[in-house]
Write a protein that binds this ligand. Structure first.
Ligand code: ADP
Length: 502
């Protein structure tokens, strides 16, 4: 049985927005790149060009950094009270909420993401992030220190300065808020580089930020390629901090560039190969559905994908049967069609990469039970793919595929699955499915990853810190932890009246 396909010619149920912003946003204005060059942004559901976007390069990053530096050193933003920054951020959150359809549509158009998920999940999360961090802006304070030797002191939390945010293409609207909102709350100024595949929602946000009253120079957007504009950010001598989400390989390059320039601190949120562990006491039908979502949500283009599905031997056959049935019923097609459950992969290059992993899986001897092929239509669509009988040594069990591919592995005991779950170089997330409290507690404390979801998956929240262990990166996004990435601690000491210092 082939996976369900939507009619490729289905009329769009949503009005595709007119593309209004395609230029760089520097110092409060939309401007051409210094070189005048532009590049194509492409609709992955048909391979057609949506628009040409300004191609920023080193000179453009320089002028964006100059604007951000001026805004930081002399502008109002870091000097406003937290309450005043909060007010502007809340206004921005309201404007994002009012424009939810347009932002979701831009991400669907460029990223092949489901419009309904953008509208009901991604953009509302972005709104919540802006409101959450707006709420922190007037609560940033240090501590008082009762020091020895006749001194007293206190700490001041100061914004770290000019921040470079380098953003990936899989959740453009949400990654923007995750990085920009805490940095704004802290009083930083910034240069954002969206991924070259997905530029338009970031430029639209820039427009909204101006309407909300974010002062010129505080938020600058440079669209362009990673090896030029991105590299200019990570190596810039006047950027004080870089926050990056993307591949582990590029994360390494960013750290190297930071080390070779001004030793700016970096935060990295990188790849994953997260275990989704199913013990044999669960409701198989329900957890099979959750496992499929964990592997294939957002067409598998999500760093926390639960792509190594460990299933205990007692329910293995039944689980495999259920998951295959559900995968075959998944509707793949036009991301604007509300009946569709999976859109196209983000780009031709990425689509080919995912297909090559599927070929690896077949060659390595995993049992292909569903999918495994592109759809026979224009665009970069891949069938939801299930491999069973996967073993730990296979490439498909070790490397991040970032596509709609589930690998199912069989296990016997708790000790064994902990050891195998931890055998990855990554440590981003893990799912533990069991009704046995003892097992849930033991496994959650033993698995080396930054987030553990018990009997749920993708349980994100603005207040819940998120980030990786091992080669999945370091530092946390969301929660108060993320705010602290954009602050630095200054200690101020002074002698008191009877001090030997006086
Ligand atoms: P992917 O491989 O999934 O496309 P990347 O890690 O390459 O993910 O991209 C994530 C972000 O990093 C994008 O904004 C991209 O332009 C940027 N990027 C890519 N290469 C570099 C680089 N050498 N220096 C800085 N940023 C880069």
């Amino acid at each position: 049985m082939a996976p369900a396909q939507s009619n490729g010619d289905a009329e769009h149920h949503v009005k595709i927005p007119k593309i209004k912003f395609t230029k760089l946003f520097i110092n409060g204005d939309f401007v051409d790149s210094v070189s005048g060059r532009t590049f194509e942004t492409v609709d992955p559901s048909n391979g057609e060009v949506i628009a040409r976007v300004a191609e920023g390069d080193k000179e453009d990053v320089d002028s964006a950094v100059k604007a951000a530096r001026e805004a930081f050193d002399h502008g109002p933003w870091p000097r406003l009270s937290g309450a005043e920054r909060q007010k502007i951020m809340l206004k921005l959150a309201d404007l994002i909420e009012e424009n939810v359809d347009e932002i979701a549509a831009l991400d669907a158009l460029e990223g092949g993401k489901l419009f309904t998920e953008g509208k009901y999940v991604d953009v509302p999360s972005a709104v919540r992030d802006f409101r959450y961090y707006a709420g922190t802006a007037d609560k940033i304070h240090g501590t008082t220190l009762k020091m020895s030797r006749g001194l007293q002191g206190y700490t001041l939390l100061e914004p770290i300065g000019v921040v470079g945010h380098i953003i990936p293409w899989n959740f453009p609207a949400q990654m923007f808020s995750l990085k920009v909102a805490p940095a704004l709350a802290a009083g930083c100024t910034m240069v954002v580089k969206p991924a070259e595949q997905t530029n338009l929602s970031a430029l639209f946000y820039a427009h909204l930020s101006k309407l909300a009253g974010v002062p010129d120079g505080v938020l600058n957007i440079v669209t362009g390629f990673g090896r030029t504009a991105g590299a200019a950010i990570s190596s810039h001598m006047d950027i004080d901090k870089v926050s990056f989400t993307g591949s582990t390989e590029v994360g390494r390059l960013i750290m190297q560039a930071a080390a070779a320039s001004n030793l700016k601190p970096v935060s990295l949120e990188l790849g994953g190969k997260s275990p989704f562990i199913v013990f044999d006491d669960v409701d198989v039908d329900q957890i099979a559905g959750l496992a499929l979502a964990a592997s294939t949500f957002n067409k598998g283009e999500i760093c926390v994908a639960g792509s190594r599905v460990f299933v205990q031997e007692g329910i293995y056959d039944k689980f495999v049967e259920k998951v295959v049935e559900k995968a075959k019923a998944k509707v793949v097609g036009d991301p604007f069609d509300p009946n569709v459950q999976q859109g196209p992969q983000v780009s031709k290059t990425h689509y080919e990469r995912v297909l090559s992993y599927i070929e690896h899986g077949k060659r390595e001897g995993a049992t292909l039970l569903a999918g495994g092929k592109p759809l026979d239509r224009k665009g970069y669509f891949i069938e939801p793919t299930i491999f069973a009988d996967v073993t730990d040594d296979m490439i498909i069990a070790k490397e991040e595929i970032f596509g709609p591919v589930m690998c199912i592995l069989k296990f016997k005991s708790v000790e064994e699955v902990i050891e195998r779950a931890n055998s990855s170089k990554y440590g981003l997330a893990a799912g533990i499915m069991t009704n046995n409290l003892n097992i849930a507690n033991t496994v959650s404390r033993s698995v080396k990853s930054g987030v553990i979801w018990i009997n749920c998956y993708f349980a994100f929240d603005s207040d819940a810190p998120f980030g990786g262990y091992k080669m999945s990166g370091f530092d946390r996004e969301m929660g108060m932890e993320s705010l602290s990435k954009y602050l630095q601690v200054k200690t101020i000491a002074t002698p008191v009246y009877n001090s030997p210092w006086l």
